[in-house]
Design a protein around this ligand. Structure first.
Ligand SMILES: [Zn+2]
Length: 340
């Protein structure tokens, strides 16, 4: 599709394209609707070949040191037991329990992921047991290489699309294996850790077709990864008009705090305002959908819709100028049914 030319599906990151060859990964995949992970599965993850881990780690270290955004994020508490690691733009969720930590999104590269893990080790002082990936985009998943000692989890579509992206980048097989999930799910998965029920949920298409979210009912907090762009214009290069209904599904969860995956966000300093912030993020999508719908109704072509639907009230949002045409095109294609 011509309109994708120049668009970076990795949400503004600078993931280098490299000349590597890869093939599919053979890790365990479960298609059960509800999975409770046991300690035996945990032990499996900890028995991963150390030699492979070190090989991959060293191979990526040089790349991470020479490319990508700097690892200068900070770790902040939202409420007791819940934290974010934020670079100002990208936000990784952190759930701390008495038996270990669950991380949502490894972010862009090994250096960034290791910096987050260093801060977790210094502040929370618990090992990371699970890494859940909310999106297959490299700027949220390529840091997975720093989680060789944790169980990596993602949605079925996340794994499919991540594998396709890594193959497109000609990434070597060993590196693909270090990034791909050990476990996938379709609808939901429950992790019990330190007496805490941690639900990994799929609530519909949005920023991609494989976004996972994490809900901790007992603490009334939900981590939305890249389904929630807080004060940032939505990136829709791989997105769907269904995103609006998916946010509606999130808002129906019995939660008070909605943690974004994209900022700038005041989630750590003002978590009680996060529902309102999510409603605002939803409204951006609604306004574009409705404006595009009016263009479709009057017979506009896709290019005419791009020219007509500006909504300048959003032009001060980060990403407006680059991403507005993408959002209009995705909405147009969704409303016309020209995109599966
Ligand atoms: Zn993304």
């Amino acid at each position: 599709m011509a309109w994708r030319t120049g668009q970076n599906p990795n949400c503004g990151s600078n993931i280098p394209r490299r000349g590597w060859i890869g093939r599919p990964h053979g890790n365990l995949t479960s298609r059960q609707e509800d999975i409770v992970l046991s300690k035996s599965v945990l032990a499996l993850a900890f028995s991963l070949p150390l030699s492979l881990s070190l090989f991959v780690t060293e191979a990526i270290a040089a790349q991470a040191a020479s490319s990508g955004p700097p690892a200068d994020g900070k770790l902040e508490q939202i409420i007791p037991g819940h934290y974010v690691y934020s670079t100002g733009a990208r936000i990784s969720g952190i759930i701390a329990t008495s038996e270990g930590v669950v991380v949502l999104d490894s972010l862009s590269n090994e250096a960034m992921a290791r910096h987050e893990r260093q801060l977790i080790a210094e502040t929370i002082r618990q090992p990371v047991r699970y890494l859940i990936s909310g999106t297959h985009h490299g700027n949220y998943a390529y840091g997975n290489v720093a989680y060789q000692d944790a169980i990596r989890i993602g949605h079925e579509n996340y794994k499919t699309d991540l594998l396709a992206e890594m193959k497109m980048n000609n990434m070597p097989t060993a590196q693909q294996a270090a990034i791909l999930p050990h476990l996938t799910f379709r609808d939901r998965m429950t992790i019990t850790l330190g007496g805490k029920g941690i639900q990994v949920l799929y609530i519909g298409r949005g920023h991609t077709r494989g976004n996972a979210i994490v809900f901790v009912p007992q603490d009334r907090i939900v981590y939305l990864s890249e389904l929630f762009f807080d004060k940032r214009f939505p990136f829709m290069a791989d997105g769907y008009a269904d995103w609006i209904g998916t946010i509606d599904n999130a808002l129906k969860l019995d939660a008070d705090i909605f943690v974004p995956g994209q900022g700038p966000s005041s989630i750590a300093s003002n978590p009680r305002m996060s529902r309102e912030a999510l409603v605002k993020a939803r409204q951006v999508l609604v306004d574009y959908r409705d404006a595009v719908q009016r263009e479709v109704a009057r017979g506009a072509t896709e290019d005419q819709a791009v020219a007509a639907v500006l909504l300048p009230q959003y032009r001060d949002m980060v990403g407006y100028y680059e991403q507005r045409p993408v959002v209009v095109r995705r909405m147009y294609q969704g409303l016309k049914g020209t995109r599966p």
